[in-house]
Design a protein. Structure first.
Length: 197
């Protein structure tokens, strides 16, 4: 039984194998999570980013700002409703406050706003058209399947295609494919934000 090591002992051996962390790594490990916490408080209107960042030394502030940026960038999403749009604006405002390269940030944000605008305006029309197309195609398939099963009696049945679970499943797949196009660009721009100083 004494041969079995505890999880703690195994972890300590692995840490020993890694070697000593540099002072820079220690700062990063300590202060990046503090930035994540600060971002959460900021989003809940419980903290002022500039005031809180001012409390850190310059070498610490860099990592706190990285932690804040990582969380705020992760929050940015396609504006599927007003709550998401509001969170996007707040997250983007917070990023603008702490990033030094203001022109670079604004350049990336203009691309993100274009995606959001296209998503809410043209995207809405595209989704409506796609919905009608899926509904029509699924309705035709369903009608054909019912005629094969029930013969002439199938024409007398009134089926609400939109409530059919398979229609809902198919529509969600189409919707996910449409959103994926926007998300691909959005994720690329989010990486650009993280790369800015």
């Amino acid at each position: 039984m004494s041969d079995i090591k505890s999880a703690y002992e195994i972890a300590m051996e692995k840490i020993k194998d890694i070697g000593d962390a540099t002072p820079e790594e220690r700062l990063k490990w300590k202060f990046t999570p503090k930035g994540g916490e600060l971002a959460g408080k900021y989003m809940k209107d419980e903290a002022n980013l500039q005031t809180e960042l001012g409390k850190y030394k310059d070498e610490e502030k860099k990592y706190v700002a990285q932690g804040v940026t990582a969380i705020l960038t992760r929050i940015i999403d396609l504006p599927k409703n007003d709550a998401v749009a509001k969170n996007n604006k707040k997250a983007m405002d917070g990023i603008k406050l702490i990033k030094k390269d203001k022109a670079g940030v604004e350049n990336v944000f203009s691309k993100i706003r274009y995606i959001f605008s296209h998503f809410t305006e043209q995207g809405k029309d595209q989704k409506r058209q796609a919905y009608e197309q899926v509904k029509m195609e699924f309705g035709a398939k369903l009608k054909q399947a019912m005629q094969q099963q029930m013969g002439a009696n199938a024409g007398k049945m009134n089926i609400d295609v939109e409530r059919h679970p398979q229609f809902q499943e198919e529509w969600h797949k189409v919707l996910a494919r449409m959103d994926a196009q926007y998300l691909e660009h959005l994720n690329e721009y989010k990486q650009d934000i993280l790369a800015l100083s």
